[in-house]
Design a protein around this ligand. Structure first.
Ligand code: GDP
Length: 446
């Protein structure tokens, strides 16, 4: 049982296991028409690309197992490029497992390995490696922006840019190799300055993609919004109130130390990590003197700080340590205080000011992203980033070699190596490597 055994028919549950109204089972293989007919006890080749109600029969006992909606997608116009049968059966898991069991017992089909459907799609040129990774990434996205950026990559946005850069590398290589094929007197020479300029342009393009890694990491991990203020000003109450009124909470994360608590929520399509710095310090001096190391680190890491105070003094006390940060000042407990300044004023007692607070956070988030527009263009992952970085390092050292007047044969040779390395980002030659490091990490049924 191996990913490279693409002649095997494979089956997996495509929906999450557990209680639900429908389960979807997917089968991929080279010739599934007959199998479809056996499962449904029909006599004709199934009509592709439609969904139709069928009785489902066990291949082992011949008994009725369920009534479901079945579709047939014919090679090559299917997700994997092979024939695909999709069975929508009643949910809950029992029926789906019974169907998968009889398929496997019949020996006509075996269980799919993790990511094996996507691997076949990749092998049959239905998707490139970046698109395959993006499909897997989209499934785990936790915010609108993460979802949209993954979708852009499934549609080929990043691949397109990667291929444009690849073309420039190939063109440069062709020019140099073309020259090598001719006698010195026969052609016009491209000089070292011109070659270096072309390489510098390629480096710039690669940089424009790899610079998006920082943004990509933030999209995945979420923007950090830190609640800060003296003890007892109402931070935790505001924190809990925000989680309570926000209906799109994704998950709670236990604090990594007793100093902080983190929760994930979505605001305006963005993943936000809301952090309550429940530090037990007595004075600001304590934070400044690194007494509360974790809170100091959190201030450093925070993209936005919600600075809470009951009066002006509570706020000014923090001026120094939040310098250069994006700060939303919040005056708390307005049910018992009459705040005289222009800061946002709220109360957890009567819920005043919370929609304004959410709007301010969203404005801060939008500012964060729009300030870095060029660096927010592409969603890239660590693997892609490392390849891009490595290629640029190699190109930069090639520039040095050119300055030292290396032989053009050697230059062509080195460029070939860089091109091969670069190609790993979208179409690597080593299948075993991508199976072990990429596809086997995907979920089963993908
Ligand atoms: P933290 O130490 O800054 O996290 O503050 P807490 O959220 O624990 O609140 C400290 C005290 O202030 C608690 O007794 C809360 O009940 C109270 N408190 C919090 N928010 C409000 C508010 O909006 N109005 C009033 N009147 N009391 C509040």
């Amino acid at each position: 049982m191996n990913y490279l055994d693409t002649e095997d028919n494979i089956v997996a549950l495509a929906t999450a296991s557990g209680l639900g109204s429908i389960d979807v089972i997917r089968i991929s293989g080279n010739n599934l028409s007959l199998l479809f007919q056996k499962i449904t006890k029909t006599k004709t080749h199934p009509k592709p690309n439609i969904i139709k109600k069928h009785t489902i029969y066990s291949l082992i006992s011949g008994d009725i197992v369920d009534t479901g909606m079945l579709s047939f997608f014919s090679t090559p116009a299917s997700f994997t490029g092979q024939d695909i049968v999709e069975i929508n059966c009643h949910g809950g898991g029992y029926i789906a497992n019974t169907i998968i069991d009889f398929l496997c017992l019949s020996k006509e089909v075996r269980l799919a390995l993790p990511g094996e459907f996507l691997f076949r799609a990749y092998m049959n040129n239905k998707v490139d490696l970046i698109q395959a990774e993006s499909i897997n990434e989209m499934i785990s996205s936790e915010s609108g922006i993460h979802n949209n950026k993954s979708l852009e990559n499934i549609d080929g946005k990043l691949s397109e840019k990667i291929l444009i850069i690849k073309k420039s590398l190939i063109n440069l290589l062709l020019i140099i190799e073309h020259e090598l094929d001719f006698d010195e007197s026969e052609i016009l020479h491209i000089n070292n300055v011109e070659i270096s300029q072309k390489i510098k342009d390629i480096i710039k393009h690669i940089d424009s993609v790899s610079e998006c890694y920082f943004f990509s990491k933030t999209v995945r991990s979420g923007l950090r919004v830190l609640m800060l203020g003296k003890p007892n000003v109402g931070k935790s109450s505001i924190y809990n109130h925000m989680l309570g009124v926000n209906r799109s909470i994704v998950a709670d994360i236990p604090g990594t130390t007793r100093d902080t608590i983190e929760s994930i929520l979505e605001i305006g399509g963005h993943k936000i990590v809301l952090i309550d710095s429940a530090g037990s310090w007595e004075s600001i001096d304590e934070i400044e003197s690194m007494g509360i190391a974790k809170t100091k680190d959190e201030i450093e890491l925070a993209n936005i700080i919600i600075l809470v105070g009951e009066n002006d003094k509570d706020i000014t006390a923090f001026n120094k340590i939040v310098k250069n940060k994006n700060v939303i000042v919040v005056m708390s407990k307005n049910d018992i205080h009459n705040h005289k300044n222009n800061f946002l004023s709220l109360s957890t007692e009567n819920s005043h000011g919370f929609s304004e607070l959410l709007t301010k956070i969203l404005t801060g988030v939008n500012e964060y992203y729009s300030n870095n527009k060029a660096k927010n263009e592409y969603l890239i992952n660590r693997r892609q980033y490392q390849i891009l970085k490595q290629c640029n390092n190699s190109l930069k050292s090639l520039l040095k070699d050119i300055n030292l007047n290396i032989n053009r044969d050697v230059l062509a040779e080195l460029l070939h190596i860089i091109l091969d390395d670069y190609n790993n980002i979208i179409d690597p030659v080593d299948r075993e490597d991508i199976i072990n490091n990429i596809f086997s990490g995907f979920c089963v049924g993908k």
